[in-house]
Design a binder for this molecule. Sequence first.
Ligand SMILES: [Cu+2]
Length: 145
Amino acid sequence: MTKLFTAMLTVGMVLWGSAVNAASAQVEIVNAWVKESIPGAMNGAGYLELTNTGDSEMVLIGVKTPAAGRSEVHEHVMANGMMKMQHVHHLAIPARETVVFQPGGYHLMMFGVKQPLRAGDTVPFVLEFADGATVEFGAKVVKIQ
Ligand SMILES: [Cu+2]
């Protein structure tokens, strides 16, 4: 990872640090990871297990990362016998339930990755919920064989 990229990520994390509010305590994130970039790839994807630990539904409405020009919550769907990705604008997570983001299903789509994502790096993300809550976490870049 270049020095410039490291600095950029640090600035991003500091700026977003102030955005966390108390409601974020209602969400737990484990097993967050990102696929290592394949040479020449402009896009990337992140995965995680997201648990709503609270007593009320949480609705995920967006995701941000300083590592890419734009990021969206996506899912894979079958359309006319073909797998395609689509933007998920509202993903409801019922109280006490876990949603697993994994290859072939929900993922955090990154468009225009600014630097190749290398195994061992950590990509910071912020999830945004309909009630205004935000949750920050780091996803480890993993090499895909
Ligand atoms: Cu996608």
